[in-house]
Design a protein. Structure first.
Length: 569
């Protein structure tokens, strides 16, 4: 049984420590709903305070000092916050009290590593910047080296820039500590410095503090290992890892996450793990991610730095569109997920189809022809994307041809191939390898029959074919590179068109199968790529459709010269 009265007396005269302590008690009691990892972190703190012959002790003066200093620094962004002093929430006071309050018998800090794991918009980066400034100027470390590390320049500046702005907005701080603020460094007269670091910095640094921002984006552990080995000469260094969840469970960040879970649950407890602090917000296994009440559980700054309306809107978007779910779960619920997720629901795709959609009714509309070529056993797809602007936005009418060699059609790999050929959804083209000359003839026919504005193609095996079509048919050709920068905006527009009823297809069974095979792989930030779970789950027609829509979406506004079939209906 925890003697809360005795523990509270430890913090008499230290109001911030009292608030941090009460936060831990409220989490343990269930007054503040939280996941098991946060409950375990709070319970660890309370139990450690009561341990006899522990080897560490809690010094409320040091904890209070750090919190007071941070609350003298200014906010650097956010409407209604900029310029005002930082006000730490109870959970943030708990975090800082734990990191700075625990010491060894020699007075140096207990924790040399801290893992702070929480969703976006909960103030991770700015609070890490404030801790960095404190450790630079007020931690008593001669020649301190503070590094804001990340995988790219922009991310490294997410921590360094707020630190730089904090110093510039407090002239008294600059004068008192003799601080010089430069574009990419903050320097003290004794040689102490704070700098951003990108990627693997190599050896030579002697960090007093190293902040690893968005650890889940690090492809390997080289930066963390460089930080650890460089800290050997420091008496009380701190490696601060701040991150949201990610999609790669083979990453070093996931390994650290699982290690911290074992520490918090007591599975891993030894002298080394006693030096690692972890505060990890999120959901528990089995929690319903669609339940709005769980947003508060995962986001400690709910309604403060992350707006309730914003989170609820993001939740509804994720419920409505499967392709939004991974990003929502990782960024706003802090859940580790697989890298790939189904892009479209079958219902959404089927709702866009019509058996009464005939290509000849749309030949007068501007058209983009998209080619995704293949050879041997792969499907080659040619999509025609006709488009017009109506009151509800740009509508797309899509028709396709899908080509496959006879040997592939007759193989046992997919029994539907034979029936699709009979139903004329799939065109036999060549014997053992797709006859690209035949594909070219089909393309020529549609270029002439349709109001073709351009032909877009994937460079692989298509360059010479496209050049011949440009020369012989006079159609402009545009290469569509298969990278995230090109494909992601096109996928967004196609997805929006599908869910808003602006896409119309003729119920081609091959294309419907391919649509069901597309899964999304997220690339770093918000970019995404179409991919497939298994080699035999072909998506060539959908890639061609994405390419066609990706070009048609940027065409100048156009209005049909004839009534739309949809409007006549």
């Amino acid at each position: 049984m925890i003697n809360t009265t005795t523990l509270t007396q430890i913090f008499d005269g230290y109001p911030h420590c009292i608030e941090a302590h009460n936060y831990a008690l409220d989490v343990i009691s269930g007054k503040i709903p939280n996941c098991r990892n946060v409950i375990a972190a709070c319970n660890r703190q309370i139990v450690d305070l009561q341990r006899d012959n522990f080897g560490y002790e809690f010094d409320p003066y040091l904890a209070e000092k750090a919190i007071k200093f941070i609350e003298l620094l200014p906010h650097t962004k956010g409407k209604g916050f900029v310029g005002k002093n930082i006000k730490l929430e109870p959970w943030q006071k708990f975090l800082n009290a734990c990191i700075f309050g625990w010491v060894k018998p020699d007075g140096n800090r207990r924790f040399t590593e801290a893992m702070v794991f929480m969703p976006r918009k909960n103030g991770k980066s700015i609070k890490a910047a404030a801790i960095g400034v404190y450790m630079l100027v007020e931690d008593g470390e001669p020649g301190a080296e503070i590094y804001a590390g990340a995988t790219n320049f922009k991310q490294s500046m997410e921590v360094f820039t707020p630190a730089r702005v904090m110093c510039n907005k407090r002239p008294q701080l600059k004068q008192h500590y003799d601080v010089t603020v430069n574009a990419s460094s903050i320097i003290l007269a004794d040689g102490s410095k704070m700098e951003p670091v990108i990627g693997n910095p190599g050896d030579g640094a002697s960090p007093h503090m190293w902040i690893v921002d968005e650890y889940h984006e690090h492809p390997d552990n080289r930066q963390v290992e460089t930080a650890k080995t460089g800290m050997g000469a420091r008496e009380q260094p701190l490696l601060l890892m701040i991150t949201t969840a990610g999609t790669d469970i083979s990453s070093p960040c996931y390994d650290k996450f699982k290690e911290c879970e074992r520490i918090l649950t007591g599975i891993d407890r030894d002298d080394s793990t006693e030096r690692i602090f972890a505060l990890m917000y999120g959901l528990d296994k089995g929690d319903d991610w669609t339940d709005p009440t769980n947003l508060k559980k995962a986001n400690p700054n709910y309604g403060i730095s992350v707006r309730e309306e914003f989170l609820l809107n993001q939740l509804q978007a994720a419920i409505r569109k499967p392709s939004n779910q991974n990003a929502f779960k990782t960024k706003h619920l802090n859940q580790w997920v697989n890298a790939k997720v189904a892009w479209l629901t079958s219902k959404a795709w089927d709702d866009c189809g019509s058996d009464d959609l005939y290509e000849e009714d749309y030949l007068h509309l501007p058209c983009v022809i998209a080619l995704d070529l293949a050879s041997k056993r792969d499907i080659c797809s040619m999509m025609r994307v006709y488009y017009e602007d109506l009151n509800t936005g740009r509508h797309y009418y899509v028709f396709g041809h899908h080509f496959l060699p006879g040997a592939a059609i007759e193989a046992d790999e997919n029994h539907s191939y034979q029936s699709w050929e009979i139903e004329q959804y799939l065109t036999k083209c060549g014997d053992t390898e797709t006859d690209l000359d035949e594909v070219e003839e089909y393309a020529r026919a549609f270029i002439k029959a349709a109001n073709t504005r351009e032909l877009t193609y994937d460079q692989w095996k298509a360059t010479q074919l496209a050049q011949r079509l440009e020369k012989d048919c006079g159609v402009p050709i545009v290469e569509f590179r298969q990278n995230a920068q090109m494909l992601s905006p096109a996928m967004d527009e196609l997805e929006a068109a599908i869910y808003s009823g602006r896409l119309h297809h003729d119920n081609c069974k091959v294309l419907a199968w391919m649509a069901s095979n597309v899964v999304v792989k997220y690339y770093k930030t918000d970019y995404k790529l179409p991919t497939k779970e298994k080699p035999h789950n072909k998506i060539d027609g959908m890639v061609a459709l994405i390419m066609g829509v990706g070009r048609a979406m940027y065409e100048a506004p156009t209005q049909s010269t004839q009534p739309s079939v949809r409007e006549l209906d």
